[in-house]
Design a protein around this ligand. Structure first.
Ligand SMILES: *[C@@H]1O[C@H](CO)[C@@H](O)[C@H](O)[C@H]1NC(C)=O
Ligand SMILES: *[C@@H]1O[C@H](CO)[C@@H](O)[C@H](O)[C@H]1NC(C)=O
Ligand SMILES: *[C@@H]1O[C@H](CO)[C@@H](O)[C@H](O)[C@H]1NC(C)=O
Ligand SMILES: *[C@@H]1O[C@H](CO)[C@@H](O)[C@H](O)[C@H]1NC(C)=O
Length: 178
């Protein structure tokens, strides 16, 4: 009996002290900038269309004709807009053309994983609406791994350059994490 209650006390103490250390850790704010290269054309695309409605060339509404298309991406993330600059990471995931009218927009479900520098091995994930024709698009960061475990935050994306459907997108990500 005495043994059991001592054990219960010990477990309660360990739980309480681990909670305290978690709570005592201060949250950090990290800002990261990079450029994402989304290449649809040519022999080495980084974004491939995997689903969509049969396009109807007679349709006059371009947004409606793209509605339902799904792309899987593995886009390089670089330090400057030049493709040959330092590779910081890769954006892997799915975007879907989720708008029927008015404003062309994507649903982004993408993990941004880092492969060099101080964030090497860590990642964060974005889920959100991306009205790509807007100058700046804000998307929520819903979590992360490694340094960014338990992260929340947001990113601001703007189109740096566009060539047909190939785009270079500048990202400013703000993460709050332990
Ligand atoms: C394409 O649009 C035309 C005119 O709206 C329609 O008659 C035709 O059935 C459509 N074709 C397909 C494959 O949806
Ligand atoms: C990177 O590519 C640009 C052209 O896009 C070129 O001018 C530059 O020399 C290249 N830099 C390196 C380090 O290869
Ligand atoms: C990133 O981390 C991996 C795994 O720890 C390591 O193999 C690799 O050399 C690192 N890359 C850079 C550029 O630091
Ligand atoms: C981040 O935001 C600043 C301020 O708006 C801007 O000057 C910079 O180009 C952005 N960075 C990227 C990678 O888009």
């Amino acid at each position: 009996m005495a043994m059991t209650s001592r054990l219960v006390f010990l477990i309660a103490f360990l739980v309480a002290s681990s909670c305290t250390t978690e709570a005592m850790k201060k949250k950090k704010v990290t800002n990261i900038q990079f450029y994402m290269h989304d290449i649809v054309s040519g022999p080495n695309p980084t974004a491939v269309k995997v689903a969509g409605q049969l396009t109807n060339s007679t349709s006059s509404n371009w947004i409606a004709s793209t509605f339902g298309s799904i792309y899987v991406i593995d886009d390089p993330l670089t330090a400057t807009p030049q493709m040959n600059s330092t590779l910081m990471g890769r954006a892997q995931g799915i975007y879907a053309m989720a708008s029927q009218q008015d404003e062309f927009s994507l649903l982004m479900t993408i993990t941004y994983g880092f492969v060099s520098g101080r964030y090497n091995g860590s990642s964060f994930s974005v889920v959100g609406r991306n009205p790509v024709m807007n100058e700046v698009r804000e998307m929520p960061i819903v979590g992360g791994t490694g340094i960014f475990r338990l992260a929340s935050g947001y990113c601001l994306a703007h189109t740096y350059s566009m060539n047909e459907m190939d785009a270079v997108i500048g990202y400013n990500a703000t993460l709050i994490h332990y």
